[in-house]
Design a protein around this ligand. Sequence first.
Ligand code: ZN
Length: 199
Amino acid sequence: MSNSGSEIDRLIQLLARLPGLGPRSARRAALHLIERKDQLLGPLAAAMRDAFDHVVACETCGNIDTASPCHLCTDPRRDPSVIVVVETVGDLWALERAQATSGRYHVLGGTLSPLDGVGPDDLSIPKLLERAGDPAVKEIILAVNATVEGQTTAHYITDMLAGGEVKVSRLAHGVPVGGELDYLDDGTLAAAIRQRQPF
Ligand code: ZN
């Protein structure tokens, strides 16, 4: 396939598995890294090693950090009465980038999908219901994607919380149907949280 050494082929093959990188851009990225061995390849290798050694999932919210509970769960400036529920860590990071909320988060780890055999126990829904039972929690904001699976998941969680003390709301209609949070601009995301509606 190529006339370069096996270590380089391996690097290209691994880079090609990254989202947004096909074989061609993986070759360009590998060459770029190798040509900047000291300035880029070395620091990147060290940073990857550090991330591999230290990154953990937060036992409370499911965020990815170097500590568990994560820095968002332990930050005293964040409002413990609000939990913003997201599908993925990428969605959490998008909301943080947009500074859309001062509440805390809960990462589901996906959406309910009966056809694929994904049920509530495969997601962190039991943990969410446990957190929602804390008297300090007053509101759950369902910041799930506007897809069929996202909305099915939102309805399920709302049903499970019905009759309790906690208020359940969802994002405003600024989120396009079928839209994924990570692709929204920061202003739209922040507005969708501000203008949230009772579920
Ligand atoms: Zn956390």
